[in-house]
Design a protein around this ligand. Structure first.
Ligand SMILES: Nc1ncnc2c1ncn2[C@@H]1O[C@H](COP(=O)(O)OP(=O)(O)O)[C@@H](O)[C@H]1O
Ligand SMILES: [Mg+2]
Length: 361
């Protein structure tokens, strides 16, 4: 199992200091607007991923008038307890795992497999491919130990190749990078493709569970980042060298990968209402949670910011039942406690938040 047993933050957003002892099931964070609910959820996300879902500026996370923030969690995984810490100033961060300083955020991400649902989550369907690639790569990272290194390696080589293109270096110096680019591209591509295949049956299952009224055939498509009908990426790199050189970047490759979601052959965005799009994203996350559970034998931890704004009463209940059934620890924020049903009081904890303080639990 993976469960956060304790979480604390210091000088994070509007919190001076807060400490939460979390329950293994539902953790409900209740408070008025601007109390600090999203900040608590954001704190857990930042500890796990090193990034915020609200800002790219770390300085915004640090409480005004302070120089640094600290996040800490105790996580139980496979019968072991891990202590995760992150300290962040405006320009640097220090990570700690079980008392030792570490240099890779991936080690913390590995111990804290969190998924996130916010009122903006439906953007996964309507925005550019970056968010979908991140979704896909979350699964690849957690399941395939070689993925993260291959993907980082690929991005490094791509950067070198693009730099050479922009500098208008001689062709031989640019294409020098192609062999390594192709090798890492193949590794990344194989993993992404295999992962998407695993996701498919679960997506069907959870779409059915979340939206039984939707009797449509769901197709989850994986796009590698180069045309399907191309002989090979190697051939494409060669054939498009002149264009790449003219534009100053590499047109085809894993950095252009994407997922497509179709219902009866039509784009999910066209076929689904806004409400259904949110449910579809829930189904995607639950599918991912199930694939994770299958290979690691441990459930993910689900963070849900502002559940009532996300779903109507009936679908809220369906989601809560699924999370309870799947034994997923879930941390949910809401302005109105009565809108979130407590299904299992023994595994539930309620936190009242006011002006950056936990006033009861
Ligand atoms: N760096 C910061 N320092 C101090 N206060 C902050 C900082 N960043 C945000 N806040 C304040 O924290 C409050 C809590 O915001 P938020 O977590 O979004 O509340 P909620 O989700 O409960 O509506 C807001 O009033 C916001 O102005
Ligand atoms: Mg909020």
């Amino acid at each position: 199992m993976a469960k956060i047993t304790q979480f604390s933050l210091q000088n994070f957003r509007n919190f001076d200091q807060a400490w939460l002892k979390l329950a293994p099931g539902l953790n409900l964070i209740v408070g008025d607007n601007a109390a600090g609910k999203t900040s608590l959820i954001e704190g857990i996300w930042v500890l796990a991923t090193g990034r915020s879902f609200r800002t790219v500026k770390p300085s915004q996370l640090i409480q005004q008038t302070h120089a640094d923030l600290t996040l800490f969690a105790e996580v139980e995984q496979d019968g072991q307890t891990h202590k995760l810490g992150l300290n962040r100033t405006e320009h640097s961060s220090t990570l700690r795992l079980n008392g030792e300083t570490i240099h890779s955020q991936a080690l913390l991400a590995n111990k804290l497999p969190v998924q996130l649902l916010t009122p903006e989550s439906h953007r996964l369907l309507e925005e550019g491919p970056k968010a979908r690639r991140q979704f896909l790569d979350w699964g690849c990272f957690h399941q395939y130990p070689t993925f993260s290194q291959a993907w980082r390696h690929y991005q490094r080589i791509l950067k070198q190749r693009n730099h050479a293109l922009r500098q208008k270096l001689p062709k031989a110096q640019t294409t020098l990078w192609d062999a390594q680019l192709l090798e890492t591209a193949e590794q990344v591509h194989q993993i992404r493709q295999a992962y998407t295949e695993q996701l498919k049956p679960y997506l069907d299952e959870f779409c059915q569970a979340m939206m039984p009224e939707l009797q449509l055939d769901i197709q989850l498509g994986y796009k590698s980042g180069w045309p399907k009908n191309a002989a090979s990426l190697a051939q494409l790199l060669q054939d498009h060298y002149a264009k790449d050189a003219q534009q100053g970047f590499t047109q085809y490759g894993c950095h252009r990968a994407d997922l497509s979601f179709k219902l009866d052959g039509q784009d999910a965005l066209v076929k689904l209402s806004r409400g259904q799009q949110k449910l579809f994203v829930c189904a995607l996350l639950l599918a991912q949670a199930s694939v994770y559970e299958k290979h690691s034998n441990a459930p993910v931890i689900m963070l849900i910011d502002d559940l009532p704004a996300e779903l109507d009463a009936q679908h809220r209940l369906t989601l809560l039942k699924l999370l309870d059934c799947l034994n997923i620890q879930h941390i949910i924020s809401t302005t109105a406690e009565e809108l979130v049903s407590v299904l299992n009081p023994k595994t539930t904890q309620i936190f009242q938040v006011k002006h950056g303080q936990i006033i009861s639990d």
